[in-house]
Design a protein. Structure first.
Length: 561
């Protein structure tokens, strides 16, 4: 059984929903309150989608509410652009926080007051050690840490220094406020963690009001308590932080006591989901931005044409577990295809054109032929596709000397044009280099609609576009961003980039109705795959992204298993 299949199988037993149901039944909780708390230091990715669907999903299912909170405690990396993108992505996925939009920065005054409380209680102290010395004193996973020489300052001294830190008296990194817990703890997170540091940097929301900022570990749990969160749902890497969150809750006069539960994060093959690495991809120019369709960001998936319903379906099928696993990228594509096959309208396009002239069709003649929009949805109806004497077909649909099992067009061979007529190739025109540049064909006017009244059959059916009616388009084809299923670890991950992750075709042609397709609504180009209109489209310049091919590689993986 593959990692993907194991995850799907285990996902049927959702321990978090069982916990919530039990809490409600036993009266430990009256109203379920969850939160999705991203740091606004980058765009959200597919891993965040799992957390979004879980937090908002369980709140909806159990009649509660889910807050959107931006944990904006590090102004050196946070931007308003990221805040807006996060809100857009959550809405696009189909969720709404209503009036419950919060920021950790809303709590800065309260968090500072609680930090002073710890100082006065002798449970926090100001440390003058440099960042390098703090790391050295902290110890290792196998060796305990050592107490800072400043650990035994009096509460009065610490309070004075902390207030002077706030007033802006000291430069960056000269002092920090640390919780006084246990430098010999087996959990490094409890070895006197930093809870405030000096940063003379303007904040996106509070401007220059502060020059000291709480760390994420200090702000996170307390913000949960302020918002009366009942179930704090985090990924497994936060399990070692839970004792620290609990320590703060126990030693501070917080208004509520959230309970934290951890679940496995989502990992995909051929993909990196570390925000630090994604930033490197963007800032290093390896992709065209956060919403590049090769990126695993929600905005990138949206731009590529993946539907929000497909992401929600994918997350639901993978399920919520406590076991780390890596899900095949092909399974996400399988879920997307499953939905698009049912909902996407069909169109015709030619990506690698070869001209066809039907010599017995009227020179100035044209007509409109009826084409089905979606064979899986009768309510989608039909459309009219223009037909004329000159057509484009795919170059791959013709061979001058075809092998035995090639059933498409060849000299003397008859094929069906989708929704149109039977045609027969009578001549081949080549350029001086011997390359085929045009086919001369005849058509049978009695086969309109693709059926012969005499009952004769043809084995090949090909798609086409009328030359005088065709709309030129630039088409972008995408492959995985990384060649290996598991990209290299560490800073060397860039060595695993796929040099052929993007191919641009600038001589494509599509039927006229494609220009009316809205951005974000994928269509199926018959025999070619699913495509979506790209925001780079301008008047007179249509740009299309291939969302994915028609071939479902996950189905093959599953069959082999």
């Amino acid at each position: 059984m593959s990692n993907t299949e194991a995850a799907i199988d285990e996902g049927a037993r959702d321990f978090i929903r069982n916990i919530i149901a039990s809490d409600l039944k036993d009266g430990r909780v009256e109203t379920v309150v969850t939160r999705f708390p991203p740091e606004p230091n980058g765009y959200l990715h597919i891993g965040h989608a799992k957390s979004i669907c879980l937090n908002f999903g369980v709140a909806q299912e159990f009649g509660g509410r889910c807050h959107l909170r931006l944990d904006d405690t590090n102004p050196t990396k946070e931007e308003q652009e990221y805040i807006e993108s996060i809100k857009e992505d959550v809405r696009w996925l189909g969720f709404d926080w209503g009036e419950h939009l919060y920021f950790a920065s809303d709590n800065f005054e309260q968090l500072y007051a609680w930090a002073e409380h710890l100082v006065k209680e002798g449970k926090a102290y100001v440390d003058d050690l440099s960042p390098e010395e703090i790391r050295e004193y902290r110890g290792t996973l196998t060796e305990p840490g050592r107490n800072s020489p400043h650990r035994d300052r009096t509460a009065e001294e610490n309070l004075d220094l902390f207030r002077r830190m706030r007033s802006g008296e000291f430069p960056d990194a000269s002092h920090v406020l640390r919780a006084k817990i246990d430098m010999s703890s087996g959990n490094i997170n409890l070895r006197d963690p930093i809870i405030y540091r000096i940063l003379h940097v303007a904040h996106p929301r509070t401007g220059g009001d502060w020059c000291i900022y709480p760390t994420y570990d200090f702000a996170h749990g307390q913000s949960d308590a302020i918002e009366h969160i009942t179930h704090s749902l985090c990924t497994l890497e936060f399990a070692d932080h839970r004792p620290l969150y609990d320590w703060f809750i126990e030693h501070l006069p917080v208004p509520s006591r959230p309970r934290q539960y951890e679940f496995s994060r989502l990992n995909l093959t051929h993909t990196v989901l570390s925000k630090r690495r994604l930033i490197q991809l963007v800032e290093g120019g390896h992709v065209r931005g956060w919403d590049d369709p090769r990126m695993p960001t929600i905005s990138g998936l949206r731009r590529r044409g993946i539907l929000a319903s497909a992401i929600r379906d994918f997350v639901q099928r993978v399920g919520i577990t406590k076991s780390d696993n890596v899900v095949e990228l092909a399974y996400l594509e399988h879920c997307a295809r499953d939905i698009m096959n049912k909902t996407a309208e069909r169109r015709m396009a030619v990506l690698n054109p070869l001209k066809v002239t039907i010599e017995n069709y009227p020179e100035d003649g044209s007509e409109e032929l009826e084409a089905i929009n979606n064979p899986n949805d009768e309510s989608a109806g039909t459309r009219l596709v223009p037909f004329s004497r000159k057509l484009y077909i795919e170059r791959e649909d013709f061979m001058e000397e075809p092998p035995r099992k090639f059933f498409r067009l060849a000299p003397g061979r008859e094929v069906r044009l989708r929704y149109a007529y039977f045609i027969t190739c009578t001549d081949v025109i080549k350029d001086d280099a011997g390359e085929v540049i045009e086919l001369i064909c005849t058509y049978d006017p009695e086969t309109r609609g693709g059926n012969a009244p005499d009952g004769r059959k043809v084995k090949g059916t090909i798609h086409w576009v009328s030359v005088p009616h065709a709309i030129p388009a630039e088409v972008r084809l995408y492959d995985t961003l990384f060649t290996d299923e598991e990209p290299p670890l560490g800073d060397g991950f860039l060595k695993g980039l796929n040099e052929n992750s993007l191919t641009v075709l600038d001589n494509c042609h599509v039927e006229p109705s494609v220009v009316d397709v809205k951005s974000g609504e994928p269509v199926q180009f018959e025999r070619l795959g699913y495509f979506a209109r790209d925001p780079d489209t301008t008047p007179g310049h249509l740009v299309l992204n291939r969302t994915m091919t028609l071939r479902d590689s996950w189905a093959k993986v599953k069959a082999k298993g």
